[in-house]
Design a protein around this ligand. Structure first.
Ligand SMILES: [Zn+2]
Length: 162
């Protein structure tokens, strides 16, 4: 009986290892495309202090700072760190929060999300797929058609009119 339990446990462990190594391979295949990786010193040289604080250290802009939250001009919002297309004016809406808000990304696969349990809150953090820049959070209280609200820091974005 004991032997049998041990066998089942060992088989379950082997299965877990197989699943986690498979997952690792999937991430690798995505990462291999065009990742942008820089040292903290290199990022500091390219960004303002606030942009570095937000994108590389996961901080948050104060609401109603900057101009993007109320901007209605047609155009695209790129990652301030690596220029990857993240959002478009077409999906932007005025959430009244003081942060640039979108109901969806320009290209879904350009944005990564993960659970964030800091500040005693359970939220979903979104970041740039190419360079891991912290962008903001996504909440389930947005308008149609997605009902999502991507609450994004202006310091993480570079607006390109057109
Ligand atoms: Zn980026």
């Amino acid at each position: 009986m004991l032997k049998r339990v041990f066998f089942i446990a060992a088989a379950a462990f082997a299965g877990l290892v197989a699943v986690s190594s498979r997952r690792g391979k999937e991430e690798e295949s995505v990462d291999n495309e065009d990742r942008v990786v820089r040292t903290p010193a290199e990022w500091k040289a390219r960004l303002t202090a606030q942009q570095y604080y937000v994108t590389r250290q996961g901080s948050t802009d104060s609401p109603f700072t900057g101009t993007y939250h109320s901007l209605k001009t047609k155009g695209e919002y790129l990652c301030v760190c690596c220029d990857l297309l993240l959002f478009r004016a077409d999906e932007k809406f005025d959430s009244g929060t003081g942060w640039p808000s979108f109901w969806g990304p320009a290209v879904a696969r350009n944005i990564k999300s993960r659970k964030d349990v800091s500040m005693f809150l359970e939220r979903t953090e979104v970041s740039c797929r190419r360079c891991d820049a912290h962008l903001g959070h996504v909440f389930p209280d947005g308008p149609p058609p997605t009902e999502l609200r991507y609450c994004i820091n202006e310091s993480s974005l570079r607006f390109l009119a057109g």
